[in-house]
Design a protein around this ligand. Structure first.
Ligand SMILES: Nc1ncnc2c1ncn2[C@@H]1O[C@H](COP(=O)(O)OP(=O)(O)OP(=O)(O)O)[C@@H](O)[C@H]1O
Length: 240
C-alpha cells in the first residue's frame, strides 16, 4: 500500500532565501496533520510546492505518484487547496458559489442540477449556514466567507486537502466546530487534511500529527496535550 503523502528531501524557498531545508516525512494512512510555525516560517510556501507554484528540489509523492507527473491532481480529485485569502469581486449568491465545488464532476458548459444544489445546501446545513444560502457572498463577514469557502471545498471531495489557516477569522464556537469537522473528514470519510494553523489550543483534542516548520529539523510528532504545549512553548520562546 502506498503512503498517502510522502515528502522526500524537500528543499524550497525563494531566490534570496531557502525556507524549507531537507524536509522528509510520510503519512502512511489518512490523517489530520497540523502545520505550525512562526509567521514567515514557510508554511504557505510548503503548500505552494504541492501546487507546483514554487520551484523545489526533492520529491513530493501523493498515493505513490510524483506530483510533478500529476499536473491535474485537483481535477482528478487527489488534491484540494483552500488559500488563506480568497476574494470575489462580483455579486454571487452563497449557494451558487458553494455548488461550484462540484466543478470536477462537470464539463465546461454543463449546468448544475437541482440535485447538485441539494448537495450544496446539505453541506451548508452541516456548517449551520442555511440562513445565509441566498445571501450575496460579498456582504458576508470575513468569518462567514471563510466558512463558505470551506463548504465549497467539502464538495470537491478530494483525497488530500491542504487548508491554509481555515479557522483564522472564526469565532471560538466555529473554531471548535471546524476542527471537529476536519477530524470527522479523516475518521469517517478517510480524507487526509494538512492544516496550517496558529490555533494551537484547538489542536489539543485532535487525533493526528503536527509538524513545526520553525524547528531546525521538523518531524511529524503525534498530537497530544504534551506535544502541543511543548511546541507552543518552543514558538513562544523566540524566533531564529
Ligand atoms: N514570491 C515570493 N518571493 C520572495 N519571498 C516570498 C515570496 N512569497 C513569500 N515570500 C517570503 O517567504 C517567507 C515565508 O512565507 P510564507 O507565506 O510561506 O510564510 P508562512 O509560514 O505561511 O507565514 P504566516 O504564518 O505569516 O502565514 C516570508 O518571509 C515571505 O515574505
Amino acid at each position: 500500500m502506498n503512503n498517502v503523502v510522502e515528502v522526500k528531501n524537500l528543499v524550497a524557498g525563494y531566490e534570496a532565501r531557502t525556507l524549507i531545508r531537507n524536509l522528509s516525512f510520510s503519512i502512511p494512512a489518512p490523517a489530520f496533520v497540523a502545520i505550525i510555525g512562526h509567521n514567515g516560517a514557510g508554511k504557505t510556501t510548503f503548500f505552494r510546492t504541492f501546487q507546483q507554484r514554487v520551484a523545489y528540489q526533492g520529491q513530493l509523492l501523493v498515493q505513490g505518484h510524483d506530483l510533478k507527473t500529476l499536473p491535474h491532481a485537483t481535477k482528478q480529485g487527489i488534491l484540494s487547496y483552500l488559500p488563506q485569502r480568497n476574494t470575489v469581486s462580483f455579486s454571487i449568491k452563497v449557494l451558487d458559489l458553494v455548488v461550484m465545488g462540484l466543478f470536477r464532476k462537470k464539463r465546461f458548459f454543463d449546468h448544475y442540477t437541482s440535485q447538485d444544489y441539494d448537495t450544496a445546501a446539505n453541506v451548508l446545513a452541516q456548517l449551520q449556514l442555511t440562513h445565509l444560502q441566498d445571501h450575496d457572498f460579498t456582504t458576508l463577514s470575513g468569518g462567514e466567507q471563510q466558512l463558505v469557502w470551506l463548504a465549497q471545498l467539502m464538495l470537491q471531495d478530494a483525497t488530500i486537502n491542504l487548508l491554509d489557516e481555515p479557522t483564522q477569522q472564526l469565532d471560538v464556537y466555529y473554531k471548535n466546530k471546524v476542527f471537529k469537522l476536519l477530524q470527522s473528514w479523516v475518521n469517517d470519510n478517510y480524507k487526509t487534511v494538512l492544516c496550517i494553523t496558529h490555533d494551537l489550543h484547538n489542536l489539543i483534542p485532535m487525533e493526528g500529527y503536527l509538524i513545526n516548520l520553525s524547528k531546525p529539523d521538523p518531524q511529524l510528532e503525534v498530537i497530544s496535550r504534551e506535544t502541543v504545549l511543548a511546541n507552543q512553548a518552543f514558538l513562544e520562546a523566540g524566533r531564529n
